[in-house]
Design a protein around this ligand. Sequence first.
Ligand code: MLT
Length: 248
Amino acid sequence: MRINTILTPLMVEELYFAGKISVVIDVLRATSTIVTAFMNGAKEIVPVGSLDFSKIASASSFGGRTMRGGEKNTKKIEGFDLGNSPAEYSEEKVSGKSIVFFTTNGSKAIVKSKYSTNSYICSFLNIAGVAKNAVKKEGSLEIVCSGRNGDFSLEDTVCAGMLIKEIMKIEPEVELSDASLVALDLAEKYGDKLLDMFKISEHGKILLAAGFEDDLKYCAQLNITDVVPVFSNNTIKFLTPKKDTPNK
Ligand code: MLT
């Protein structure tokens, strides 16, 4: 199996993913929030690449019965039901709900992977579960780091490296691209100090300044759930049954 890491979604076009298996990562905070929504019983999440499309999707596709969640400049968007803090996606709020989801980087990266055969949603919260689903004897895996505004981000690349480590525990015979080797090195360096790593990262500092320190602590937890969301046919659903939720 060959594992490639895409350090920012700007490096590839949508069609690059045709027929491939991919994993999308935006640990601060979109993919951590999506995983949490499913831990708390959300029915489905529809990621969108633009605010305009979030209005159309929530008003028409689901008969106006959806919630809207996400952020712009880390803040909840006017008219939305939920922001992008995992703490908002409690069982009381999201159980059984369809959620149209827009964020600055994460939802766009997920939408970009839409031609993949399967596109798994990964955060530190569910790395081991994603590894079990994504590992293959042959073929290739594309790990997409959502990054920030088209730039590389430390936290997503560390998560990519941790995922590669986890996959190699199951299938040691992997071929790694240069970007995957870099991700693996960063995982060695920061894997046992995720919260400290968040605090020195550009996006982590922005979230800290905006008062979201609790989100950093939450998103730095490793493997607290088996929930593996998968994006297919424009909708994210989850592969494993809902588990007890540690964040209630
Ligand atoms: C994003 O998609 O850019 C992030 O999830 C932003 C955030 O921290 O809310």
